[in-house]
Design a protein around this ligand. Structure first.
Ligand code: NDP
Length: 465
């Protein structure tokens, strides 16, 4: 049946999700093509997680040098931004090349161009260097076009602002930066620039950063990033950005004026659905502008599927990859699978970083009828013993008081992302607090707090604080 089409599967977008789906399907013996209008690797590899982590690591050295001095080292360090950017870009190109090679090894046809849906089985692909467009047919089509930075277009002067995409390629390190937003990207880039010695201001419209995270995490992190020199302005947003001879003047709604060299907006990302031809194929959007899908990632068009950020379900690379695997199982292995979005661990690569899995205390109080035990510890990480640093670590367990299952783990401090990956196994497995405690501690570590927390901070059905 599928022989009447050019391909069994046509994937639009070669990011983490699209590439995984294309490779799995091709390795299963199907004829697969993938179209990419930019570079293979998508947001994660080219302009997201991977280059961001390199920048966090580059930035964090300044903190390590300070710590080293407490241990008797004399450190004379300087930082070469253009050299770092060049090195980072070479590595990103290498990783993108691996993605290309892996597609080739799996037998996927890679088409460098922009694909537009013409009907439920047809796409038109225009090569990115121009020229004739090609019409290609496929039995199934998978949309995995990701997301794009979003900024408030109606803000006067917003054209002077950059987004994270330009932040990866600034020709020089600014002396001053102002970052708008209070989510992952805002907090991560504020840490990056502050660590590199840039005078950094974070401005967020809400009462505290990282809305949706546990309130203790939000308060703790806000305090810690201020200790690292970031000026945090809460409950406020821009009214205007004005370019002057000496920089960019940020006029805020509270009447403040802050001059900076660079303004970066990290005010969220929107599904990348522009000019994809969705109407022609009967693919509907939801009320947030994301592609509407069912639990199996099928769109409103029968043979068209969508995964990853373009569906705006849980915008994380490993989730897109799991959605790709579920798509492949469902469509090609006759084994309908939907991804389980419960207890997905996540990390914010702020400085210090955050690791979190499961429910916040407030979420747990709703989910567990208010019966929640909270175990919490704040302490100075051992490595700061000689530095005079007053940086504190936070470790918090949220336990369903009735079942005694640990339903949420929240960590702020060094290595929190590494710890949370392991803690997530126990949360996902539904282990009880007693089972956590039966695990012998590794000493001396920061992670041992996870199995040695004995005193309830907030027992039973106390109202949330
Ligand atoms: P987020 O949704 O995390 O944060 C957006 C921020 O912008 C929020 O603080 C939001 O405020 C604020 N905001 C939204 N609209 C406006 C506005 N009009 N004016 C002022 N502020 C506004 O988005 P990010 O861009 O930080 O990240 C996008 C997604 O990418 C994340 O949700 C995450 O899923 C993913 N990501 C994951 C990372 C990781 O795993 N480490 C790293 C980076 C991104 P409010 O809270 O009030 O709505």
């Amino acid at each position: 049946m599928s022989k009447t089409y050019d391909y069994d599967l046509f994937v639009i977008g070669a990011g983490s999700g699209g590439v995984r789906a294309a490779r799995l399907t091709a390795l299963g013996g199907k004829r697969v093509a993938i179209a990419e209008e930019h570079r293979v690797g998508g947001t994660c590899v080219i302009r997201g997680c991977v280059p961001k982590k390199f920048m966090v690591m580059a930035s964090d050295f300044s903190h390590q040098f300070e710590t080293a001095e407490g241990y008797g080292w004399t450190v004379e360090a300087s930082f070469d931004w253009p050299k770092f950017i060049q090195t980072k870009d070479v590595e990103i190109a290498r990783l993108s090349g691996i993605y290309v090679a892996n597609l080739g090894k799996a037998g996927v046809d890679l088409i460098h161009g922009r694909a537009v849906l013409k009907d439920v089985h047809t796409v038109e692909v225009t090569h990115r260097d121009g020229g004739e467009s090609r019409t290609i047919t496929a039995e199934n089509i998978l949309i995995a076009t990701g997301g794009r930075p979003w900024l408030p277009a109606d803000l006067s002067g917003v054209e002077h602002a950059i987004t994270s995409e330009q932040a990866f390629h600034l020709p020089e390190l600014p002396k001053r930066i102002l970052i708008a937003g209070g989510g992952y990207i805002a907090v991560e880039f504020a840490g990056i620039f502050a660590g590199l010695g840039v005078e950094t201001t974070l401005i967020y419209r809400g009462p505290n950063i990282l809305r949706g995270f546990d309130d203790d995490v939000r308060a703790h992190l806000a305090g810690e990033i201020e200790k690292r020199g970031i000026k945090v302005i809460l409950g406020c947003q821009h009214s205007e950005i004005v370019k002057t001879e000496s920089g960019l003047v940020n006029r805020l709604e509270n009447g403040m004026e802050i001059e900076t060299d660079v303004v970066m907006f990290a005010t969220g990302r929107a599904p990348h659905v522009t000019a994809l031809g969705l109407d022609a194929a009967g693919v509907d959007l939801d009320d947030k502008g994301a592609i509407k899908v069912d639990a199996l990632s099928k769109t409103t068009a029968d043979n068209i599927w969508a995964i990853g950020d373009v569906t705006d379900r849980m915008n994380l690379t490993p989730v897109a990859i799991r959605e790709a695997v579920c798509f492949h199982e469902t469509v090609y292995l006759d084994n309908p699978q939907h991804f389980d979005y419960e207890a997905v661990a996540t990390a914010v690569f702020s400085q210090p970083p955050v690791g979190t899995v499961g429910l916040s205390e407030n979420e747990a109080r709703h989910a567990c009828s208010g019966e929640v035990d909270v175990y919490l510890s704040r302490f100075r990480p051992m490595k700061y013993a000689f530095t005079g640093s007053d940086e504190r670590m936070l470790v918090k367990l949220v336990v369903d008081a009735t079942s005694q299952k640990v339903v949420g783990v929240h960590i702020v401090g060094p290595e929190a992302p590494e710890m949370i990956q392991l803690a997530a196994i126990a949360v996902k497995a539904g282990l009880t607090k007693a089972e956590w405690d039966a695990t012998c501690a590794v000493h001396p570590t920061m992670a041992e707090e996870l199995v040695t927390l004995k005193e309830k901070q907030r027992p039973g059905n106390m109202s949330a604080v």
